[in-house]
Design a binder for this molecule. Structure first.
Ligand code: NI
Length: 166
């Protein structure tokens, strides 16, 4: 298990536009495995390569509690989106903070798998939110740039009215 160090806000790696991944080799497989292990250990629902200091268009997402829904997204692009949802969001690179962010309710994402095969996935709700958050990372964008507002410490612990909108 290769746990990588997660960089935090202020690190310039988080502000770069990442380059396309061109090679679908053993190194990519190792990176994807390490990224998933790092995400699960940190109890996150997504992790993008720049968060571990690698400026490539690669992300992992898993919004399930039992780790059964791992998505490995190489060169992902949101090609369709529909509706909107407003709710809380956090980021492993922005520890201890959360904000209210409006995202599409449904997305269609086109991406390559670890073998380089192009795939499409339609999803909605929290998984759609997580995919949007991770693809933003690949363009150097953080949720704090687009949040409607930041949550207070008390709200982070409890219920917030915007959650009802989801
Ligand atoms: Ni993040």
């Amino acid at each position: 298990m290769g746990i990588r160090k997660i960089v935090t806000i202020g690190d310039e790696a988080l502000r770069k536009v990442c380059r396309k991944q061109e090679k679908f080799d053993f190194r990519l497989a190792v990176l994807l495995k390490d990224m998933a292990d790092t995400m699960y250990k940190a109890e996150g629902v997504g992790l993008a390569a720049p968060q571990v200091g690698i400026l490539r268009r690669i992300a992992v997402v898993d919004v399930t509690e039992d780790h059964s829904g791992l998505l490995e997204l190489v060169n992902p692009e949101i090609i369709e989106q529909e509706g909107s949802q407003t709710g809380r969001e956090g980021c492993l690179s922005v520890p201890g903070r959360q904000g209210v962010v409006t995202r599409p309710m449904k997305v269609k994402v086109r991406f390559q798998n670890r073998k380089g095969e192009w795939m499409e996935l339609e999803t909605e709700g929290f998984e759609a939110r997580a995919i949007c958050h991770e693809t933003d990372h690949l363009d150097g964008k953080l949720y704090v740039d687009m949040m409607d507002r930041e949550l207070t410490e008390e709200e982070i612990q409890g219920h917030i009215p915007e959650d009802d909108a989801q």
